[in-house]
Design a protein around this ligand. Sequence first.
Ligand SMILES: *[C@@H]1O[C@H](CO)[C@@H](O)[C@H](O)[C@H]1NC(C)=O
Ligand SMILES: *[C@@H]1O[C@H](CO)[C@@H](O)[C@H](O)[C@H]1NC(C)=O
Ligand SMILES: *[C@@H]1O[C@H](CO)[C@@H](O)[C@H](O)[C@H]1NC(C)=O
Ligand SMILES: *[C@@H]1O[C@H](CO)[C@@H](O)[C@H](O)[C@H]1NC(C)=O
Ligand SMILES: *[C@@H]1O[C@H](CO)[C@@H](O)[C@H](O)[C@H]1NC(C)=O
Ligand SMILES: *[C@@H]1O[C@H](CO)[C@@H](O)[C@H](O)[C@H]1NC(C)=O
Length: 378
Amino acid sequence: MVNASGLLGVVLLARHGDRLEFFQDPNTYTPTESYITPLGSVQEFQLGTYLRAQYLTPSSPSFIDGISTDLVDVNQLYVRADAGGGGSVILNSVAGLLQGLYPASEQSSITLANGSAIVGPLSGYQYIPVHSVEPTLVPTLNSWTSCPAFDSHVAAFYSSSAFQEKAQEAAPFLESLTPYVGGRSTNFTNMWNMYDFVNVQYVHNQTFYDTIPPAFPQIASYYASFHEDGVFTDESPDGIGNIAARTLLPLAFAALQDISDETNPLLISLIEISYKPFISLFNVMEATLNGSDIFGIVDYAAAVALEVRDDSYGPRVSMMFKNGTSDIFHPVKLFGQQDLLVEELVERLAWSTVNTTQEWCHVCGQTTSVLGCSNYVQ
Ligand SMILES: *[C@@H]1O[C@H](CO)[C@@H](O)[C@H](O)[C@H]1NC(C)=O
Ligand SMILES: *[C@@H]1O[C@H](CO)[C@@H](O)[C@H](O)[C@H]1NC(C)=O
Ligand SMILES: *[C@@H]1O[C@H](CO)[C@@H](O)[C@H](O)[C@H]1NC(C)=O
Ligand SMILES: *[C@@H]1O[C@H](CO)[C@@H](O)[C@H](O)[C@H]1NC(C)=O
Ligand SMILES: *[C@@H]1O[C@H](CO)[C@@H](O)[C@H](O)[C@H]1NC(C)=O
Ligand SMILES: *[C@@H]1O[C@H](CO)[C@@H](O)[C@H](O)[C@H]1NC(C)=O
């Protein structure tokens, strides 16, 4: 028997899995190349399996009505992945997630005219199209790089009194952390890179794991979260510090509307991203968990779900958040509410979104050939 949960569909945002070191220029956030690890793929596969249990399992209270459970129907699922942020990490991550969401199935087979049955490779691996969102073509999932106004925002954050005070507070810790950052700058502006180095070594290097004082990775994570929160938020939803959310939201809104429209086949929109849009989105949506603001960096393979349910007043949306592999979904309040009409969510934020490359050029003050911005300069 099919459980009529009333769930029309879901917009999923997922962070990539474990990877090797990822260096970002502290002033421009220009990244260097990084690589996913087998652990990262396992984390993504586990996330896919978890999402399958939530949304593709008929006995689940959040089963999506009408979704194809074993064999993917590519009209029901639209997948995008950020192709920026250090190369192939995010694209490779989504492949692992999809293998968990729609595992290989013997049903992925066909009977030929001559009577023989053919099962696809790898016992029926399902090839799901992934739309790669290239930062050299569109700003959508990587809108903070090559954005001069964002660079100015970062510089202003670094000279703010809040930043200076936190830098002073962190100074004694950073001095004791110095032997564990592989010669990297311990200037507080470089906090992300110190944290990432420590975190990656702590996961992958046994000597490092055995020698670093056990509290250090967690303290580094705390300071890095303060740092990234300042960089990727702003006071007003239309502030440039929120640019990561402002360029992602138009995709999410379009997907929420497609899911709400029962004549449209879309049931799941999956967007694989870095940690940055999570910070900006939680900020502009005034997201709270157990009454506290959601703050800082999300773990590898963290996920947010925007669930759409039918209601007599129109489709309503609510958010779930799972901070990494060992966590489960928790309901998040948006603007102080457990759920709100899709229409209301769109109304609250549509004025602040950046819908086109041309608008992005404008809000970033980008006038060079980057993304063709010079074409829009009169
Ligand atoms: C049927 O056709 C397939 C594909 O050409 C071939 O691999 C298979 O050997 C054929 N089976 C028989 C029984 O002829
Ligand atoms: C720390 O870095 C910032 C920006 O990168 C720079 O302006 C500042 O002078 C540096 N501070 C020190 C003590 O080197
Ligand atoms: C592992 O950590 C140790 C201690 O910090 C360091 O000396 C060594 O270079 C690291 N190995 C690698 C491969 O990074
Ligand atoms: C939220 O609060 C409840 C009750 O205090 C607690 O049981 C639960 O673990 C909390 N959840 C999170 C995610 O902190
Ligand atoms: C996610 O979990 C990590 C470690 O478990 C924690 O340090 C971090 O603050 C959490 N992030 C958010 C946004 O809750
Ligand atoms: C951007 O798109 C939203 C719908 O997602 C719309 O409400 C808003 O008016 C658009 N903004 C501009 C400047 O066209």
